[in-house]
Design a protein around this ligand. Structure first.
Ligand SMILES: NC(=O)c1ccc[n+]([C@@H]2O[C@H](COP(=O)([O-])OP(=O)(O)OC[C@H]3O[C@@H](n4cnc5c(N)ncnc54)[C@H](O)[C@@H]3O)[C@@H](O)[C@H]2O)c1
Length: 386
């Protein structure tokens, strides 16, 4: 039986452990805090119990899956592991220390992977004596439900390691995409305008959060509007990702964080989890004040969608991933109603270019510069081949 070590039994680690055990792997689940591993086991049992109740798995499956998960507070338990996936606190120094220590106990063949969302995989791998064995395996939250996993080769990773990691994660029932080791990989890069441009429209006083959310769900087909989604993710988390991506891109204006969101973080209005974000949760929930003006809805929709398309096209321009992987990442990783490149084809590439140029002419901000990928395709009158 193949064995995976999971370091960190928090939100991500416990989900990854459940996915692996369900796929028939033995799991060694580690956390520095014993209470967390206990909670994680109870959580996994609760989730699996629910699956039994819903008839998705049998009692026998339940027993088999849970019996494959072992908890540990010692790295020695990783001695037999084929792969170790790290899902601890997002801090480079701590991750590097952990990789250094874990490398001492595992075999020479063991793959070491990080679930980091925002750190460079190369910097984590550099802590190892053999950095060729390190790659990124980026699950989405919650790992059990989200189909997508981004596989990220670092500059040091060997092809064998990346191919093997990819095969194993696919055998766990996941859809994988290959992403370059660049800030935000695919999803957390391409999705930025969904939040950023919505915040900008709100800050300019063009529309309130309710209206923007209504447009993006009812007119554009997203499952959640940007403000509802940010409230759900938590403004502390969402603002941190935006700020990290912004810094990592050497302060490219396209990723500039928003003062409106910073104010919420400063105030402790973190969203659903604190009872207040852009919306009020609980007793004080307000009535929604939606402006359903057609022209306004069109302006909001086009502006956010065209900025998302520009980001997807630019990711392709910089070879972050293939066109098909970018489409798969956004439809399966964050449930977009359709792939952004297919959406660009539908709107017409030159129409996207014109819309971006109009925004650029108005604001004269680098934020609205059109990707060379789109501009070139507009001139050539071509469309994305998907
Ligand atoms: N939460 C998400 O939506 C999400 C999505 C994708 C990736 N990630 C990434 O996954 C990683 C974990 O995120 P999370 O949300 O599960 O965090 P979390 O805070 O829920 O869990 C982290 C766990 O790591 C443990 N830990 C901290 N330092 C440790 C150490 N030195 N050794 C062992 N365990 C240690 C903590 O006790 C905690 O239980 C981060 O790198 C994060 O960026 C998170």
């Amino acid at each position: 039986m193949s064995v995976v070590g999971v370091i960190g039994a928090g939100a991500m680690g416990r989900g990854i452990a459940q996915v692996a055990a369900t796929a028939g792997w033995e799991v060694q689940l580690f956390d520095i805090d014993d209470k967390v591993t206990e909670e994680a086991m109870a959580f996994i049992q609760k989730m699996l119990n629910r699956s039994v109740e819903k008839g998705r798995i049998t009692d026998q499956d339940y027993r088999a899956i849970t019996s494959r998960i072992y908890t540990t507070n010692s790295y020695e338990a990783f001695a037999e592991c084929d792969m170790v996936i790290e899902a601890i606190v997002e801090n480079l120094e701590i991750k590097q220390q952990v990789f250094k220590a874990v490398e001492k106990v595992v075999t020479g063949e063991c793959i070491l992977a990080t679930n980091t969302s925002s750190l460079s995989v190369a910097s984590i791998g550099s802590a190892c004596e053999d950095p060729t064995r390190v790659c990124g395996i980026h699950f989405f939250n919650p790992p059990v439900l989200m189909k997508l996993v981004e596989i990220i080769p670092a500059v040091q990773s060997s092809n064998e390691v990346v191919n093997q990691a990819n095969d194993w994660i696919r055998s766990w029932g996941k859809l994988t995409v290959l992403a370059k080791d660049t800030p935000g990989f695919i999803v957390n890069r391409v999705a930025r305008p969904f939040y950023g441009e919505a915040l900008r429209i709100y800050e300019e006083g063009i529309a309130n959060p309710e209206t923007i959310d209504w447009v993006m769900t009812e007119k554009a087909g997203f499952r959640m509007g940007p403000f509802t989604l940010m409230d759900y993710i938590g403004h502390d988390v969402n603002y941190k990702v935006t700020s990290t991506v912004y810094e990592a891109f050497y302060y490219d204006q396209r990723y500039k964080p928003s003062f409106a969101q910073k104010s919420l973080v400063d105030a402790g209005y973190l969203g659903r989890k604190s009872g207040q974000g852009f919306y009020n949760y609980g007793e004080n929930e307000q009535a929604k004040n939606i402006n359903k003006n057609e022209a306004l809805a069109k302006e909001i929709l086009e502006r956010i969608v065209v900025m998302l398309i520009n980001e997807a096209a630019d990711a392709l321009f910089w070879n972050v991933a293939s066109a098909n992987d970018i489409e798969l990442a956004m439809t399966k990783g964050v449930n977009y109603p359709k792939g952004l490149l297919a959406w660009a084809n539908e709107i017409g590439i030159q129409n996207c270019v014109d819309r971006l140029d109009a925004l650029y002419d108005l604001y004269r901000e680098d934020r609205y510069r059109c990707s060379p990928m789109l501009r070139r395709m507009g001139v050539e009158k071509s469309s994305f081949r998907l």
